[in-house]
Design a protein around this ligand. Structure first.
Ligand SMILES: C[S@@+](CC[C@H](N)C(=O)[O-])C[C@H]1O[C@@H](n2cnc3c(N)ncnc32)[C@H](O)[C@@H]1O
Length: 190
């Protein structure tokens, strides 16, 4: 089954896999910023993007799962929802006050140069996801054996940004809802 269809199945029939609440790191960071233009990469069913839109952000969410996109569209939150792979989306240059990648992993590494270019000066990047050590827990599911960031991988990819927060911790994960090795990064474009 293709990746998008596997995620469709998650959003249609496996809601127990994720918390419906928005990601706490994103809430903390965006909640302290004046609302501006935000891009969520791999927004899923929109739990984070909807929260941002409801707080006055002008939000675009990109997502490859049709079922995820449909749920985000029916939220009524006034998001701009794009059914596309992030790799095909024109992120642009100096367009975004906030870019978020929450539990999306590989794409945030592959697309780092375009993500940096897309941030406005003063704009922030917020990433949370599994650390690669999560593979030791045997929970690789939908990412073809490539789940999680290796130690310091995000720091190496985003050298042009000023890192405001970086941590590799064991904490409750939004996805799978288990204690797991996580990576969190908040970085700002100067
Ligand atoms: C674990 S879910 C996280 C969803 C959401 N960010 C959240 O925190 O609830 C990962 C999502 O990334 C999407 N995804 C994976 N690769 C993608 C890509 N290249 N472009 C856009 N979305 C992608 C998947 O379809 C899936 O919905």
């Amino acid at each position: 089954m293709a990746e998008a269809e596997r995620w469709d199945q998650v959003y249609e029939s496996e809601p127990h896999l994720y918390t419906p609440a928005p990601n706490a790191l994103l809430v903390e960071v965006a909640g302290a910023m004046p609302p501006g233009r935000a891009l969520e990469i791999g927004m899923g069913q929109g739990r984070n993007a909807v929260w941002l839109a409801e707080r006055g952000w002008d939000v675009t969410g990109i997502e490859i799962s049709r079922a995820g996109v449909e749920r985000a569209r029916t939220s009524g939150a006034g998001l701009r929802v794009v059914l596309a792979a992030a790799e095909e989306f024109a992120i642009g240059e100096s367009q975004w006050d906030l870019i978020a990648g929450i539990y999306v992993h590989g794409v945030m590494l592959r697309e780092s140069a375009r993500i940096v270019a897309g941030l406005r000066p003063g704009g922030r990047l917020v990433i949370e996801g599994f650390h690669r050590d999560v593979m030791k827990l045997g929970i690789d599911g939908l990412t073809g054996g490539l789940l999680g960031y290796k130690t310091n991988a995000l720091l190496r990819k985003y050298l042009e940004l000023r890192v405001e927060r970086y941590e590799e911790v064991v904490a409750m994960a939004d996805w799978r809802r288990i204690e797991a090795p996580l990576v969190r990064m908040v970085a700002r474009k100067e």
